[in-house]
Design a protein around this ligand. Sequence first.
Ligand code: G3P
Ligand code: CA
Ligand code: CA
Length: 242
Amino acid sequence: MTTAGGGWTLVASVHENNLYGKCTTGDRWSSQQGGSRNVPEGDGSWSNTVTFGTAEAATSDDFKNPGYYDITAENVAVWHVPNNELVEHWKLSSFLRYHTETKFLSLYRGNLYNLFKQFPVKYNVGSCPANHGPSVPVVYDVGDATSNHNLYGPHIRANTVPGFITFRAINTENAAMAICSGVKPTGCHNEHCCIGGGGHFPEGSPRQCGDFTSFDWDGYGTHIGWSASKQITEAAVLIFYR
Ligand code: G3P
Ligand code: CA
Ligand code: CA
């Protein structure tokens, strides 16, 4: 933990247990209460101190430990690991691993809990593109910006630039999303590449509501139109701090 920049601490994982369920059980990083304008923040997990899951099961269910809000960190790392992998296989089976180096968390009181207090993941808090949170450049340890970009559907690739992690993106209908992994939006259909969210996604409601939002707009895992590939759809997103 004290050499080469220090060790990384796993603080959370965003896991999609059923993309066909639209803000149903297991959608802890969006809403387990249905998609409704009456629950604009959904379950509120991005900016509350509720914890859930276990590190061992972080690729099989959502995970959030007290480090998410307790640790004062500078950078984040993200791993995309296929669902249900055992801990000892995470490193080998992960197909994307990247991290920030700018110490951006220092500008947002040291962790994502505080960043999302400043940029609430809540329906109708702002509009696209004026009110996106920060986009931070990333350095890849496994994969690269292009391979990351290619895991999303062709339409959303044309509306994003690779090589960043973006926090609190908003879409055309003012739905809020927490993290766009590997990309910076240049358009407003961000529900096809960003994960986690508030409790209301007006377009086609509740079709876009859930932890992996609208990765399936043009079919599950089809990788055509606005739909993401099966590979990124069926992988947990692990979030580390240091
Ligand atoms: O986000 C895509 C949606 O707003 C439009 O979808 O099916 O009309 O291309 P579609
Ligand atoms: Ca989930
Ligand atoms: Ca849209």
